[in-house]
Write a protein that binds this ligand. Sequence first.
Ligand SMILES: [Zn+2]
Length: 769
Amino acid sequence: MCKLQGPDGILPYNTMNMKNAGAVVTLCLSVLLSAQSTSETALRGFSAASSRVERDWELKYAAIPLPGNVGDYMQRLAARPHHVGSPYDKDNADWILAKLKSWGLDAKIETFEVLFPTPKDRALEMVEPGNFKAKLQEPALAVDPTSSQRNEQLPTYNAYSIDGDVTAPLVYVNNGVPEDYEQLERLGVSVKGAIVISRYGGSWRGIKPKVAAEHGAVGCIIYSDPHEDGYSQGEVFPAGPWRPKDGVQRGSVMDMPVYPGDPLTPGVGATHDAKRLKISEALTITKIPVLPISYADAQPFLAALQGPVAPVAWRGSLPITYRIGPGPAKAHLKVASNWDIQPLYNVMVTIPGATYPDEWIIRGNHHDAWVNGANDPVSGASAELEEMRGLASLLKEGWKPKRTIVYAFWDGEEEGLLGSTEWAEQHAAELSQKAAVYINSDSNSRGYLRMAGSHTLEKFINGVARDVQDPEKNISVWKRLQLERIANSPDRAEVRQRPDLRMEALGSGSDYTVFLDHLAVASLNLGLGGEAGGGIYHSIYDDLYWYKHFDDPDFVYGRALAQTAGIAVMRLADAELLPYDFANFTDTVRRYISELQKLAGKERDDIVERNRQIDEGVFSAIDDPKKPMVPPARQAVPPFLSFAPLENGLAALQREAEHYDKALAHAAAYGGAALARKSLREVNQKLIAMERALMSSEGLPNRDWFKHQIYAPGFYTGYGVKTIPAVRESIEQKQWKQADEQIVRVGKVLENAGEQIQGAVVALEKAGQ
Ligand SMILES: [Zn+2]
């Protein structure tokens, strides 16, 4: 049963319950202790002795979270709609607070005041050629008890759409991303003065009205095509998990790639007395009105379009011929909001550190939802709450984390990462000094471990994942993920050989954004998922009934999240030395630089080839007069870029990463006496400073709130990450001079990071003497 020393380090958590946990812990510990003298290596950042103590506490912890509790919390938190400003949002915050206090934790509510528009007036109708009025309403379903709580449900809308009342011809723009507009230009279709209708997908939703406005559109409709999350995927709700015909995806369209958080208080906490912009001065409110609709509401509009037949890749799954327009369908769109200031209730817990109280490990999940939000976010918030119960119980047993642990249950995530952003902006000075790591989660489902984040933590989180059991298979969540990648990844040879599974970088889309992108705090986003699927995202059907029928009915994956994130927090808080790793980080940065080189080469080759085809007369020769296309315009051939500054920065980084590994191996020798003997405060401070060195105070071009120079959400992807964003986006946007400048700047950032690592090496060697 106890396979702690097995190749995967599997802990038999799924066999434990509160009653037999003690016996299993004793058994595992005896195995651990006997193996310690032979093959067991200490956890990274721990001496051998403290590693054994840590393993002991982690085993105790992992036996505590109970799936039934996760389910009970979900039942309570998702019982009623609980968006920002609603009575049940406050009620939930108070209930979470009381729970935390009942476990003996030091908890409080921290409040902010933010701009949060709610619908006052919404209308969408076809005025030509026929007449059709969109329903804009998700019907209650008899089998689904909470779907009928209409009085408390936010109507279907996009928050932070500007008010507007427009009547104009319609144009179908596919996903509404920049490439789609290039295609429209070839088809000779302009959206100037038109209302665009875009389907969900291809980018974060807020990009669609932004790009539409850049091209002169006056309104934007976003609909859920059944191709993405409706009947094309499977049986629709309530027979199955997928989006029914009247289901609508609500969501924020705030221009978060410029800055997230309260639109009126960029860069500072939205406290009661904060200095606020006027609404008309806020850069992140859309330029044109936007409204989300269901596919039942969208079909008559799309069916009434004429003009060119949509390219194959643009066609969804509705039983119509997808055409682009413009017109003859003409729509009247009206959106007006109540532009009110609403309170946010972040529930915060502090567990003071015994040895390094000024180094903080922060953990968060939001508690607010668009409606009932069983999946998003209650599945994650319930696991986090069960984690808190586990840690509280360890504290009573005498566990003393070395670092300070801060737990957050954020409010206002859905509208624009409001709670986390305002809190972190308010405490920015202190966080810059003290925050070592931020660990986020959000929705949680059945399936595989999803880990993403700062690559200085890649080795660390791989280690944690090896020690958590998958609830359905008798293997660790790490092993299961590795096997999934062997099945599905083109890099299967690497997946088999590389000691650590590669981790995706973080863009945006949840509460880690301010920590990683604005303050350069090493961050992780954790969750399980990939098996459940479904089409209830941001609708009234994301509720307990749906979750229990179609997602994680026994909440065992909720427990797996509580185990994974809880152990990660403990291990980070208890380590003598923060377990950052620079070898995997350097390896990842090398890949990014080589991607940039390929991207620049491809951009250049494409332009050269297209110009050649224009000269050869290719486009006029293949143009079908019955389906005329506009030939592309000649473009200036870009200059070659010099990547030498990035390569020099990388070389410095690699040299210091190797020095650090040697110093760490030296310190960890002989049972890690050097780690145990001295205060490592200075080394830890240097390690934290290395993360900060990855930002530049000027921020990214045209969006200085985003400081991190390795990771950022894309200006035109919204959630999707752009790595080494200043350089990558300059190349994508054909800003060649800016690309050259940014290569120099990021090269310097890498050199600075190398210098910080060198400082850590010196401090570590000194501590070991
Ligand atoms: Zn969420």
